[in-house]
Design a protein around this ligand. Sequence first.
Ligand code: BYC
Length: 472
Amino acid sequence: MISAEKIPNNVNLSSNKRLQRALEHWQPKYIQWWKDMGPQGFQDYHQVYVRTAISVDPEGWAHFEYVKLPEYRWGIFLADPVHDRRIGFGDFFGQPVWQEVPGEFRNQLRRLIVTQGDTEPASVEQQRLLGQRCPSMYDLRNLFQVNVEEGRHLWAMVYLLHSYFGRDGRDEAEELLERQSGNRDKPRILEAFNEPIDNWLDFFMFTMFTDRDGKSQLMSLSESSLDPLARTTRFMLTEEAHHMFVGETGIARILERTCQLMKTAGYSGDVRKVGGIDIPTIQKHLNQWFSLSLDLHGSEVSSNAASYFANGLKGRAKEDTFDEHMVKDAYYHMEFFEQGKAVTKDVQMRNAMNEVLRDWYVGDCAAGVVRWNRILDAHGMSDRLRLPDRKFHRGIGMYSGFHFDPNGVPVSAEQWEQRKYEWLPSASDTEYLLSIMDKPVFEPGKFANYIAPPRRGINQLPIDFEYVRTEA
Ligand code: BYC
């Protein structure tokens, strides 16, 4: 039975019979999905020290307790309403926001919500084997925290589908549990969510770069004229921040350790001999996840994006910082690649909204890379990490039919084949990473050789706290 007590919420679940009925049907399927496709080997006998959102105010949010993963209390939360909120962009600028889905935008909105929702269980599926290779108990707990929150983000989208889209919303909610990351017949919708994440370097790069796409997409959806969508995604952003923290500090700690090992290895850069992760391998994984996450922003020129903007469904990140919100007569100077050359053309700004969001995203990523490079600098290393050019390794959009090196210089198909593993992880790189991650580190306060400990523990607890414990 669905009980509002077991499902923390601020949507009046106890008096909403329609939602209760829909969830009664869906929730057991979700739990089954979580047991089958969630963290493998940590479902039955482990208690994890996680935070659970029990209300949207800061105190309710920072509620920590030991939980058996399948018993996590996935909740439904909307950020507080904004009084007299008005549509902030597009053709309906200035009108009151919508509390119900307008019939004419129903399909478009459902599609956006389903695409967003699809990424959440996908990421849990991608990461399900990582626990068996964890570098420490602290990291294991962070992985599970990320996983349960992605599960909650799925609940958030399912809440919208159940509450505002009737029968087809309920069908879509079921399908969100049926598609599977990497499945040949029923893959996840967006490409990056079908890539395996079987080592922790990929996990940290994913949470740094792909979760940051989550941030940029959620920021643009939190501007939506559909108020329940705006409020749901606004609350999701608070959780996304922690995921990016896990990614950014994870790589920072690997860099810290790599610098130490480089000194031991005599500055030769040959840190693999002493069991560390060398800078070129880190750079290749950065290239991989940054380029896959650029693809997640869609094509540079997109009539879908123009229509989302015109109809007020999906805005720009921080829409209120722009001077003009109708964007009818504005142009974006866009670089096209024609006959081997870059040519700049003006594109109607509404058609360039994916690129506008991508610009914001690239800036946010670049700031993170600057912070990583400070670690290399502080250790006196001359190596630096860098973002590859946005034309590099693209599978979506106008560059997808061509090949470019990380500097954005065009290369032929033969050159690409010859050189791609200088720029992207090869099978032997993965083999090496798996070899140093083959044994999980479960002893509290101990860390795998390739990563430094964090500066501090979770919730002001010591680093050697038992963040994951087995039942007696
Ligand atoms: N892979 O005009 P186009 C997150 C499709 S991450 C495969 O280029 P549009 C998270 C597109 O659907 C954030 N297909 O782009 C992070 C369209 O198909 P149709 C997730 C792709 O429509 C970590 C066609 O290509 N949220 O939260 O503007 C862990 C041409 O479309 C891809 C969202 O994405 C791709 N990469 O779409 C957990 C927000 N890109 O119509 C979670 C919702 C495009 O021809 N989604 N296509 O069949 C959207 O706003 C938009 O759908 C997109 C861009 C941003 C994906």
